[in-house]
Write a protein of this length. Structure first.
Length: 194
């Protein structure tokens, strides 16, 4: 089983996270940010990743530190669980419809952390959640997971649908990319991913 266990404690957040890449989508998410919990639940379910997250963060300031630090921890968890990335597909992509929203996601487990984000949001908030935090989450995730992730809005008028679409599309793409090929080769002509 490709599993990882992450603990992170700073002056802003305290996080415990477990990840099983070969799971069934079981989840227990408690970040203190309701909308973010909803997004991570969809991420676990659509990626078939078993994911537990508990976070105590300084949400009296705002939700930024919680969202960013959970992204850091989830990226670390992917990197730890994948190791040298032997025998993985490496690439994944999807066009994901979420009602009127349509999101393209493509991922490369390249060993190089990069986010290419083109998901303009119609509103600044979904409830009390700052919509700009979706990008901050994926920036933190890609930097620590050492993957290249493209997320692009092709259609959409509802910020909730767009953000949910990005989380589900990212999860579906990652599910493809981490899938095992049955071999143990590193999927690179260089012999390593970096």
């Amino acid at each position: 089983m490709r599993e990882s266990h992450i603990r992170r404690k700073t002056g802003e957040t305290g996080i415990t996270l477990t990840l099983n890449l070969d799971g069934t989508g079981k989840h227990d998410i408690q970040t203190g940010v309701g909308f973010f919990d909803h997004m991570l639940t969809g991420f676990a379910r659509h990626g078939s990743f078993d994911l537990t997250v508990t976070c105590s963060g300084d949400t009296w300031v705002d939700d930024h530190h919680t969202v960013e630090d959970v992204g850091i921890c989830l990226g670390d968890a992917f990197a730890q669980a994948l190791g040298e990335m032997r025998g993985v597909e490496r690439f994944g992509h999807i066009l994901l419809p979420m009602d009127e929203a349509l999101v393209l996601a493509a991922v490369d487990l390249s060993g190089r952390g990069m986010l290419c984000w083109d998901v303009p949001m119609p509103t600044e908030k979904v409830g009390t959640f700052d919509t700009e935090l979706a990008k901050e989450f994926f920036l933190a995730f890609t930097r620590r997971a050492n993957c290249t992730l493209h997320l692009r809005k092709l259609a959409g008028e509802n910020s909730h649908h767009l953000i949910e679409g990005t989380f589900k599309a990212a999860a579906r793409s990652l599910k493809q990319a981490v899938a095992l090929t049955g071999g143990d080769a590193i999927p690179s002509t260089k012999g390593m991913l970096v």
